[in-house]
Design a binder for this molecule. Structure first.
Ligand SMILES: Cc1cc2nc3c(=O)[nH]c(=O)nc-3n(C[C@H](O)[C@H](O)[C@H](O)COP(=O)(O)O)c2cc1C
Length: 228
């Protein structure tokens, strides 16, 4: 029985009505109802970024989860590696974000996951990848590339992630050093993206990011709501 119903069982009709309204409010705020009472979901988002797009996506997810009532801690993997006081067991959900460069994840996120593998494997978790392959126009090519990335991803992280979201990143021409800009312009041309290097080009689908955040909340809340 959900905990709001348990409370309502013993209350007067007026108190019951108030409890029902409160329950609807809490549900709409996506708060978690546990057997011990109503508690706020605690989420840790650990991310790694090179040119800033993953950080932007991580910030949007933090914003969305916080607005829905979750208690979110956002931390760069480089800082997280330095922290001794980060207790992963105190979070209900662990979200990781990283980008792909030459097929590889940032070393700091790989290291962080390796260091805390046991704790991470024991918790609800999700990973979002930010990469250019997800922006490919041709659906066949996109699926092929993302499949290859997925396979390589599994080989790089010490913990299995059943939930992996792939989000299109950005061409950050203005942030690249000359040789990288030249290389990325060539790759972009082949992929049919803009070769105008005077500015950056963002491909991130923010609706997808919103749906991802909503799904994180929903999937986390569902098993809890069924507890007695
Ligand atoms: C040198 C370099 C190599 C890249 N390699 C890949 C790659 O192998 N696959 C891919 O899908 N995207 C690749 N990208 C695109 C990045 O993943 C994309 O720009 C992403 O938005 C970067 O995120 P960040 O700003 O958080 O680091 C590469 C970008 C650069 C600059």
């Amino acid at each position: 029985m959900p905990c709001s119903s348990a409370l309502a069982h013993e209350a007067s009709p007026r108190a019951t009505a108030i409890l029902r309204i409160a329950a609807i409010y809490y549900a709409s705020a996506s708060l978690v109802c546990t057997g011990r009472g109503i508690t706020m979901k605690r989420v840790l988002i650990t991310y790694a970024t090179r040119e800033g797009q993953t950080e932007k996506v991580a910030n949007r997810i933090r914003e969305l989860l916080s607005t829905a009532g979750a208690n979110v801690t956002l931390i760069n993997a480089t800082d997280a590696l330095k922290r001794q006081d980060l207790d992963l067991d105190s979070f209900d959900l662990l979200v990781f974000g990283a980008s792909i460069h030459a097929g590889s994840l940032e070393k700091e996120i790989v290291r962080f996951i390796e260091r805390h593998a046991q704790q991470i494997a024991a918790r609800d978790r999700s990973f979002f990848l930010v990469l250019l392959s997800a922006a490919a126009e041709d659906p066949e090519m996109r699926e092929k590339w993302l499949g290859e990335v997925h396979e390589k991803f599994d080989g790089q992280v010490a913990v299995r992630f059943a939930d992996l979201e792939m989000v299109a990143g950005a061409l950050a021409y203005t942030k690249y050093a000359f040789p990288v800009r030249w290389l990325m312009k060539r790759i972009a041309k082949q992929a049919g993206h803009s070769t105008d290097t005077s500015r950056d080009h963002e491909f991130t689908n923010w609706d997808q990011v919103t749906r991802y955040a909503q799904r994180l909340l929903r999937e986390q809340a569902e098993p809890e709501a069924e507890t007695e």
